[in-house]
Design a protein around this ligand. Structure first.
Ligand code: HDE
Length: 710
């Protein structure tokens, strides 16, 4: 008796904390419908209701017979609550399941009317609302952010003539040339079906088996084995439309176009050893980074660049412009900036927006059209199909995140969850009631009338046959450091392959790309006798010149803006130095985070308190772009005893980061086995701060890497 009455008291007091503001569900309702929100209130706070609007008296106890008796099925509130909970999950995306999105806008620089009638490109300075979702490809929704993987870069632009979805990746080429191979490449990379592992990894037999049997994937493999596949942040990666598209102008003239998003803050990736550790320390590393940047007003920005070319160029180019395993180097066709994308607002609700957003390659406004790229053609089929499976109804366009923001009128009706139906008698056209919308040949989307003819065949064009030349071009465009990373990535991945013949088959392909690379990988894998090189469909070329835009290191930032320093402090540390560093970093547009022995913080030499953001175990140096060690002699003495401190310093050094340190921190460097070089920078006084930040803007001291042998 006494027990149950205590419970019900607790429930009453729990209840008083409820409803301090409108529930998320209510907010969604009021926004989604734009209509009046019916609120039941007791005058002070809103009253909790069922989804049908009935006020609820007790949300702590289900209805039962007596205090200890069976629960009653007539408890409609309990039934509805559990029913809804049981149905909260929807299928995750079959690829790109793990993603993170943000709102923003696209601003057009100049009119592109000469090339396209797309409304978004007509007026200089015009802003178009945008929603972007970044993603990994292979892992499931709950996987970690730093998987070695392609990143999705999907942009929805709510133009005044309908939604334009540019559903791209952070890599400009793809694994396959024909959409019919998509299920195969994806099955091979996903967890193996009998054992259901490994999760979010390509380092396993099935993937490399498929790849080594698919020479057209070799160019993509070079990119995926490069640091492009382990970006430091969504903010520091490029996006590519991949396929050749068409611009079509008002005179119905067509220009081919490729789209590239270039981050204003320059390119940056992490190293593999770091990625592995980030995944353990902060599986949401990329999510948190985007969240923190936007919430603090440091809005990430990209420039949209277009490569424009005509049929004459297409006919004369060394490769087929319809082949999605090829790029057009920027030295050959300039990437012209045409606008900028700014992300300035996080969604109010992850599920409603980021999860339910439905991107579709076939969402193009008048003035943008497709090419015959067989991958693009296949995608145009797939994306509509997949939304029906995932979102469960053809009315997924009624979900606010997917609905156009321009006026729209059609006669589609009914179906599950229909929110909008035609009003009035007419739900067809033509009708003689004079009701409803009609098509408009001038304003409407007109497909570019490209002449097409030929036999129906299942044939791959000869012009798609060269699988190695651009893979080599990518490799020779990299700095020595980046080439080393590619060799290490291939070695790592293939070391996880248990079948020796698959490893060898891969090396036989590498021989067609770069002999030195093949030899290094073979040697590191312990392959004693080099296999014969793979038989190429077309003899690879070695005369394609290096292209600088393909390297990350050659396209790094101009400053340390947008980056973060991890500052390790202890009791008795120099408070002025800490605050001077913070001020200087803020001036640079960078931030710092205090890592302390206790998250409660430390007492500095002047008696002031410095609050910790992370305790040392929770803030390893892999989370930062550079580190500073600002400790007192006593603090250093204590910290050297902690394994986490040693890792903090040793990892920062091994990952080639810049390390600023006060003299008292010397024991920490010694304990971590740091051999000072120009990247280990004394911070004796305020005057040392600016050279330290200047050095940090180079991001890494790559010259150190051969000595740390990562
Ligand atoms: Fe996708 N892809 N894809 N893809 N893709 C999907 O659509 C597909 C390809 C890309 O954040 C799916 O809504 C086929 C290339 C991104 O919601 C699905 C082929 C590129 C996203 C699908 C490709 C992409 C997807 C799964 C081979 C870069 C995430 C869920 C022909 C240019 C969008 C969904 C988001 C998602 C099919 C190849 C990018 C199944 C058949 C090439 C960024 O429709």
């Amino acid at each position: 008796m006494a027990k149950s009455s205590r419970n019900s008291k607790a429930s009453a007091s729990n209840g008083s904390a409820r409803g301090a503001k409108a529930t998320i569900h209510d907010q969604e309702l009021s926004r989604g419908n734009g209509g009046e929100l019916h609120q039941v209130t007791d005058g002070a706070t809103e009253v909790l209701t069922t989804a049908q609007g009935a006020p609820i008296s007790d949300d702590q106890n289900s209805l039962r017979v007596g205090q200890r008796g069976p629960t009653l099925i007539e408890d409609f509130h309990f039934r509805e609550k559990i029913f809804h909970f049981d149905h909260e999950r929807i299928p995750e995306r079959v690829v790109h399941a793990r993603g993170y999105g943000a709102h923003g806008y696209f601003e057009t620089y100049e009119s592109l009317a000469k090339y396209t009638r797309a409304d978004i490109f007509q007026r200089a300075g015009e802003r178009t609302p945008a929603f972007v979702r970044f993603s990994t490809v292979a892992g499931s929704k709950g996987s970690f952010d730093l998987a070695r993987d392609v990143r999705g870069f999907a942009v929805k632009l709510y133009t005044q003539e309908g939604n334009w979805d540019l559903v791209g990746n952070n890599i400009p080429v793809f694994f396959i040339q024909d959409a019919i191979k998509f299920p195969d490449v994806i099955h091979s990379v996903k967890p193996e079906p009998d054992r259901a592992f490994p999760q979010a990894q390509s380092a396993h037999d099935n993937f490399w088996d498929f790849i080594s049997l698919t020479p057209e994937s070799m160019h993509m493999i070079m990119w995926v084995m490069s640091d492009r596949a382990i970006p430091r942040s969504f903010r520091f990666m490029e996006g590519f439309g991949v396929h050749t598209f068409r611009f079509v102008n008002a005179k119905n003239e067509s220009t081919f176009v490729k789209f590239i998003w270039k981050p204003k803050l320059g390119l940056q990736s992490v190293v593999w050893n770091e990625a592995v550790k980030i995944n353990g320390a902060e599986p949401d590393f990329h999510r948190r980074d985007l969240w923190d940047a936007i919430q603090s007003g440091n809005f990430p920005e990209w420039e949209l660049c277009v490569q424009l070319f005509d049929q004459n160029f297409a006919d004369s180019f060394d490769f087929d412009i319809l082949d999605p395993t090829k790029i057009i180097p920027e030295e050959i066709i300039k990437a012209m900036p045409v606008g900028r994308l700014v992300l300035d607002r996080m969604p109010d609700n992850f599920f409603a927006e980021t999860e339910q957003v439905a991107f579709m390659t076939q969402n193009v406004p008048p003035g943008i059209d497709f090419s015959n790229d067989p991958l693009l053609q296949g995608r145009n089929f797939s994306y509509l199909d997949t939304q029906l499976k995932r979102l469960g109804s053809p009315n997924f366009t009624h979900i606010p995140i997917n609905a156009p923001k321009c006026p729209f009128h059609h006669f589609q009706q009914d179906g599950h969850m229909a929110m909008r139906n035609p009003v009035g008698r007419a739900n067809y056209e033509p009708n003689s009631w004079g009701m409803g919308p009609r098509e408009n040949p001038q304003k409407g989307f007109r497909t570019f009338p490209n002449q097409e003819e030929g036999q129906k065949v299942r044939l791959r064009a000869e012009s798609f046959a060269d699988h190695y030349s651009q893979a080599r071009q990518f490799f020779v465009s990299q700095t020595v450091t980046e080439q080393r990373h590619i060799a290490m990535a291939l070695t790592f991945e293939l070391s996880k392959v248990e079948t020796p013949s698959i490893r060898e088959r891969m090396v036989s392909h590498l021989l067609n790309i770069d002999e030195g690379l093949a030899e290094t990988v073979a040697e590191k894998l312990g392959i004693r006798k080099l296999p014969k090189r793979a038989d190429p469909a077309v003899e690879p070329r070695d005369d394609l010149p290096p292209s600088d835009p393909l390297s990350i290191i050659k396209n790094g930032p101009e400053s340390f803006k947008g980056r973060k320093v991890g500052v390790l402090v202890s009791d008795g540390c120099d408070a002025t130095l800490v605050s001077d560093l913070e001020t200087a970093l803020a001036k640079e547009g960078a931030t710092m985070e205090i890592v302390a022995p206790r998250v409660g913080g430390v007492e500095a030499s002047d008696g002031s308190h410095i609050e910790g953001k992370q305790m040392i175990d929770g803030g390893p140096s892999v989370l930062y772009d550079a580190v500073a060690l600002i400790v007192s002699p006593e603090g250093a003495e204590k910290l050297t005893k902690e394994a986490a401190t040693r890792d903090f310093v040793a990892d920062a050094f091994a990952h080639c980061k810049f390390i600023g340190y006060v003299a008292a921190a010397q024991p920490l460097l010694d304990k971590a086995g740091v051999e000072p070089d120009e990247g280990v920078i004394p911070l004796a006084s305020k005057a040392d701060i600016s050279p330290f930040i200047e050095a940090c803007s180079k991001l890494r001291l790559w010259a150190r890497e051969p000595t740390v042998k990562l």
